[in-house]
Design a protein around this ligand. Structure first.
Ligand SMILES: Nc1ncnc2c1ncn2[C@@H]1O[C@H](COP(=O)(O)OP(=O)(O)OP(=O)(O)O)[C@@H](O)[C@H]1O
Ligand SMILES: [Mg+2]
Length: 229
């Protein structure tokens, strides 16, 4: 059953990794509802299921049980082609290790998801330049990832995450490879997207940098919600 007021609805959501004779629990019978416009911070020890949950929400992985509906898309039942379209249009992802393509420039990395979605380069380029300017990266647009600082790499990844104007930004330990100044800057950017551009932002992290911006804190333990505040 889905409720139109929620952007994300998980019901008994489960992701078990079968490993030979034993099963490893990623996410276990998790019930979760998130309204549009929230900034959710997910905490929990290493192995508690944070990345597993983000992968499921991103449509990069599928549940092994239960239901998950995001932005009206039933992710447990979606076909591969629907999942691909969902990943490109609904979700923007930011990772700890940036995941940029090393042979593409900042500009090309930022444009890539829109080009893959079939948008013409002329249309994408203007939007990408606007984003890079907003992120203070305009002067780096023709540089390769190997020529950038950590903060610049993560801001490039944020440009890439935003190019298709996704409703939801998922960030998996986005400040894990950054010093505290750059970490704070990245969190401020994510918080600004939530506050000023009404994006729903979900951040899985060990750090406390995003806590002051959270509208909701979720604590995971062994793939289950141990607390919500
Ligand atoms: N592809 C996989 N195959 C098997 N087990 C996996 C796989 N991915 C994750 N797991 C297991 O699922 C559990 C949850 O892992 P997950 O990566 O979601 O934790 P996490 O909270 O993100 O941890 P960290 O804080 O270290 O990033 C762990 O026990 C992990 O070993
Ligand atoms: Mg993780």
């Amino acid at each position: 059953m889905t409720d139109g007021n929620f952007l994300i609805q998980a019901h008994q959501l489960t992701r078990i990794y079968p490993m030979g004779r034993t099963d490893v629990i990623g996410i276990n019978r998790l019930d979760l509802e998130i309204a549009p416009g929230e900034l959710v911070v997910i905490k929990g020890n290493s192995g508690s299921g944070k990345s597993t949950l983000l992968s499921l929400l991103a449509g990069l992985d599928r549940p092994t049980g239960g239901g998950l509906t995001v932005a009206g898309v039933d992710l447990a039942a979606a076909t591969e082609s629907l999942l691909t379209r969902y990943r490109r249009s609904v979700i923007g992802m930011v990772f700890q290790n940036f995941n940029l393509l090393p042979t593409l420039t900042v500009m090309e990395n930022a444009c890539l998801p829109a080009l893959l979605a079939g948008t013409a380069y002329e249309q994408v380029a203007g939007k990408a330049v606007d984003l890079l300017r907003w992120l203070g990266l305009e002067h780096r647009k023709d540089h390769l990832p190997s020529q950038l600082s950590g903060g610049e790499l993560q801001r490039t990844a944020i440009a890439r995450a935003l190019i298709n104007q996704p409703q939801i930004i998922l960030a998996d330990e986005p400040t894990g490879n950054l010093d505290s100044r750059n970490g704070k800057a990245v969190v401020e950017l994510l918080a600004g997207l939530n506050r000023d551009r009404q994006r729903t932002v979900i951040i899985a992290t060990h750090s406390n940098l995003a806590d002051p911006h959270a509208t909701c804190m979720i604590h995971l333990k062994d793939g289950e919600i141990a607390g919500r505040a």
